[in-house]
Design a protein around this ligand. Structure first.
Ligand code: SF4
Length: 446
């Protein structure tokens, strides 16, 4: 069987992206505000934390969007949301054992840059009033080039933001029309200029393959156009068509979606373009300059995968603020109420707005480490990991993946064949003790 045939054989298997383990569908309402309060108060004050803030608003809705967001042309809902967000910040900070240091700060959404520069000023002032930033801390934010001014760039710069992620997806006008996101290359180039002139030092680009009307030529042209802008990093994801979970995706014409073979060809073509431009592939879906900290962390074995994807952030604890935000701590995961109204009502009542979560067992911790290493380094030694935790080695059957040449075993170590990097999720899924009950909710593997 050729590589292509093997990839296609497994491509449509639905697997999680494993930015957490256990994955979000297994969070439950048995974990709530009291657990989060206890977990926050038990944090080690000597250890830095990561802080994530979710802003669930955009000016327009992109039809491919998989995020928890809503479109608004009004500022009123955003102003009201920010008042509650600052109240949630206080609720959380009051439960910490001391003033904590932040190693990584990220704002996502939605479109967090929908906030005015003055709103960003106010938010950052509130964060700095309760937390200290490490000198080397990364401050990252997602921006929408269609709504980003020079004043916005200056606002990010004066508040110390070090990285901006620009949602691009595709530069092809036909594809852009099919996903309701019209955004010419020139507009993105102007955004890059604004960020660089303002002094925001690093810029990422997000691309998608598998979009309606996308073909290989279109994917190649978009990857080349993106690389010409010289971003520091790129993330390249396959479009996840899940209209049963995201109703607005029904606006996408399914007849125009590329099939599994075409998706695979697009992903391969993008990889060729970006590696030809000098980018190094990281994990299963990121690219970075060879001198980028992410590439250095990969070499040093310090790269990690958390709820925000691949990261150089060493923090074991992630505090999430805002509707639907997810937090992680050594004890487990928590997720805030997704619906803005429920989230806001809890905050107004002075209650941590946690709606669900999961406490980690020792077995979860072993499997989480194995899965993180497979997804990040394409290799893991389950026996060594289990031994370190004083736990039994998870019993799993990798025979089908081994026979297909997707992975090899040397002693107790597993190594995914780099040619089958897109199927790393399958190897990770083999270690997922929670998976069998939830596969239909996940996207296809390639
Ligand atoms: S801008 Fe981003 S978050 Fe907002 S609708 Fe488009 S894809 Fe979704």
């Amino acid at each position: 069987m050729t590589r292509r045939e093997t990839l296609l054989r497994f491509a449509e298997t639905r697997t999680p992206r494993y930015t957490s383990y256990p994955t979000v569908p297994h969070f439950h309402t048995g974990v709530g505000p009291a657990d989060q309060a206890r977990w926050l108060s038990a944090l080690d004050p000597a250890e830095p934390v990561s802080l994530y803030i979710h802003i669930p608003y955009c000016r327009q809705l992109c039809w491919y969007c998989g995020c928890n967001t809503r479109a608004t042309t009004q500022d009123g809902p955003i102003i009201a949301y920010m008042e509650r967000l600052l109240a949630e910040l206080t609720l959380v900070a009051d439960r910490l054992p001391s003033r904590m240091r932040i190693s990584h700060f990220a704002m996502g959404g939605g479109t967090p840059a929908i906030l005015s520069p003055q709103q960003i000023d106010g938010l950052m002032e509130a964060v700095r009033a309760r937390f200290d930033f490490l000198p080397e801390a990364e401050l990252a934010i997602e921006i929408d080039p269609r709504h980003f001014t020079r004043a916005d760039a200056d606002g990010l710069s004066r508040n110390g933001f070090t990285r901006a992620s620009t949602g691009v997806q595709s530069f092809d006008p036909a594809v852009q029309a099919a996903i309701n996101r019209i955004q010419p290359w020139e507009l993105v180039a102007i955004t890059f200029d604004r960020l660089r002139e303002a002094g925001v030092p690093a810029i990422n680009i997000d691309l998608l393959y598998g979009l309606p009307r996308q073909n290989i030529a279109s994917a190649i042209a978009s990857a080349e156009a993106a690389a010409e802008l010289e971003p520091d990093r790129l993330a390249v994801f396959g479009y996840a068509h899940v209209p049963h979970m995201k109703a607005h995706q029904r606006l996408i014409n399914e007849a125009e979606l590329p099939g599994a073979g075409a998706r695979l060809d697009q992903a391969d073509a993008i990889e060729t373009v970006l590696t030809d431009y000098g980018y190094r592939m990281i994990g299963i879906d990121h690219y970075a300059r060879p001198w980028d900290p992410m590439a250095a962390a990969l070499n040093a074995g310090t790269l990690r995968r958390n709820l925000q994807g691949y990261t150089t952030d060493p923090a074991q604890t992630l505090i999430g603020l805002g509707a639907s935000a997810i937090g992680a701590s050594p004890q487990g995961y928590v997720q805030n109420a997704s619906d803005v109204r429920s989230w806001g009502a809890a905050v107004e009542a002075g209650i941590l707005p946690v709606a669900r979560g999961i406490a980690l067992t020792d077995d979860d911790r072993v499997r989480r480490t194995i899965i993180e290493q497979l997804m990040t380094y394409l290799t893991a030694d389950p026996a060594a990991i289990a031994r370190r935790e004083g736990m039994p080695v998870p019993e799993i059957d990798l025979q089908a993946l081994e026979t297909a040449g997707i992975l090899t075993r040397t002693g107790t170590a597993i190594r995914i064949n780099p040619a089958y990097r897109p199927l790393a999720r399958l190897a990770a899924a083999a270690f997922d003790a929670h998976l069998p009950r939830s596969t239909a909710r996940h996207s296809v593997s390639v």
